[in-house]
Design a binder for this molecule. Structure first.
Ligand code: PLP
Length: 463
């Protein structure tokens, strides 16, 4: 029998995070304030604690992981690397498919890798309460879990459509002691404003972020901060433990490098977490195809322009240089709730501009089909977001078969779908449809960006 599980001991856990900002051939464009000038770290201080702001702006290649954070992560890390041998056989592909299993964390996804780190740094800084947004509920439940273990209060604004579709995530947050409300809510000015104009809105991550930031910065005690589950540099940094573990595990089975690396991308953190250590290898000459995957309903990387835009609907965040569908974009209610963000992590976007990544979009039905194939071969039920990556994995494995090449495909199994069964139910009963964002619709949202500073596309032309 061939080896399926590749396991590391606790003593093998990576002790430093990897920061791609140190190695990008063209540096990131700076975040800008409302006046069009770069924001200074102290301008972010009402929103984030200074220890995380330092990581956000750091150009150091390696950043030590505090022992106390590792002590929490040991509950499920190092996470297994598994070989999808049964799927390989089913597809009859010569490719070897490996996946990093992030579904084994207590909340069931990659999200706690940064939730634990962020909660811990906030606690160190003397913060008592965190606010956040959540789409599918994965991030909200991860932060609720982390706050419980670290000893912080947690308030979660959950996008209305997911709040209704996924009640079990809200219950999980309750188990870990967090308070979760549907967004837009009547608790904030940002929420009330949206509700007045669109009482039946399904909500969006952009609106929920506005609400969470507003509650953090208006707490006059100064003991509340905001926490973001993706997009920002420090979030992607914390996730790199995934790719660093995967590298060690591939070496254990004699694989020097994967040929293809795949991850789904909502704000970019699980994709970046797995891929950035391999992007570093690619920058240094390795031949690796690296594919971030998104839904056709929210085609940020494959169709949206590279622009300066706000991270939220109420325009409270700094302007970030990223691919964006426009901060007022309200995505259609597809089931991959975590992939419905209008923007994308600036680090991922700069790597796209540089030509280091090959983004791809898939329809919802093809993703569910891939998920059903996976569940019928490997047995596990994937999260709808993870299923988007699976659609690309299956395509790449079929391509390897056509070419007769024994490629190594590595992907991030970012979460399980056991809390997302309503989506499967809708698929199995034929109630799901595909959706491709019409061009006119996209242009409508992009109009809002005309007055904002322009982002320069800088690249070396090497890739
Ligand atoms: C299981 C799962 N995978 C992927 C994502 C996408 O987020 P990100 O791009 O930040 O990894 C989410 C977001 O909620 C998720 O829940």
């Amino acid at each position: 029998m061939e080896q399926i599980k590749v396991l590391l001991n606790e003593s093998d856990i990576p002790r430093r995070w990897y920061n791609l900002a140190a190695d990008l051939p063209t540096p990131l464009l700076p975040p800008l304030g409302p006046d069009g000038n770069p924001v200074s770290p102290d301008m972010l201080a009402p929103v984030f604690p200074m220890n995380l702001i330092e990581q956000e702006v750091s150009a150091e290649r390696w950043i030590d992981i505090p022992e106390e954070i590792l002590n929490i992560l040991y509950r499920w890390r190092p996470a297994p690397l598994r070989r999808a041998l049964y799927l390989e056989k089913f597809l009859g592909t010569p490719a070897k498919i490996y996946f990093k299993d992030e579904s084994v964390s207590p909340p069931g996804s990659h999200k706690p890798n940064t939730a634990v780190a962020q909660a811990w740094y906030n606690k160190q800084f003397g913060i008592e309460r965190l606010t956040t947004e959540t789409g599918a509920g994965q991030w909200g439940s991860a932060l609720a879990f982390a706050c419980k273990l670290v000893g912080l209060e947690c308030k979660v604004f959950m996008v209305r459509i997911s709040f209704d579709q996924k009640p079990f995530r809200k219950m999980m947050m309750g188990v870990w002691g967090a308070n979760c409300v549907a967004s837009p809510s009547s608790e904030t000015n940002a929420g009330r404003h949206v509700l007045e104009k669109m009482p039946d809105t399904p909500g969006s991550l952009g609106i929920a972020i506005s609400e969470a930031i507003e509650q953090a910065v208006t707490d006059t005690s100064g003991k509340t901060r905001y926490s973001l589950g993706s997009v920002l540099n420090h979030v992607l940094l914390h996730q790199t433990i995934i790719g660093l573990e995967a590298k060690k595990q591939l070496e254990m089975v004699g694989i020097k490098k994967p040929d293809v690396v795949i991850g789904c991308a909502g704000g970019g953190s699980n994709f970046a977490g797995l891929s950035f250590p391999f992007v570093a290898d690619k920058i240094n000459g390795a031949d690796i195809k690296i594919i971030p995957v998104e839904p056709t309903a929210c085609p940020t990387m494959t169709r949206a322009p590279f622009v300066y835009d706000f991270g939220d609907t109420a325009c409270t965040t700094p302007l970030l240089a990223m691919h964006s569908l426009g901060h007022s974009f309200v995505p259609p209610p597809i089931h991959a709730g975590g992939l419905r963000y209008h923007g994308m992590a600036p680090l991922v976007c700069q790597a796209i501009v540089e030509g280091l990544l090959e983004p791809r979009a898939y329809h919802q039905l093809q993703s569910y089909e891939a998920a059903i194939t996976w569940a019928g071969t490997e047995g596990f039920i994937p999260a709808p977001e993870t299923s988007q990556a699976l659609a690309a994995v299956i395509d790449e494995a079929k391509k390897a078969k056509e070419e007769g090449k024994e490629k190594v495909i590595l992907f991030n199994y970012s979460g399980h779908g056991l809390m997302d069964l309503t989506g499967y139910d809708a698929y199995l009963s034929g109630r799901l449809t595909d959706y491709e964002l019409p061009d006119e619709e996209m242009q409508k949202y992009l109009k809002d960006l005309e007055q904002l500073p322009k982002a320069e596309m800088r690249k070396t032309g090497k890739w």
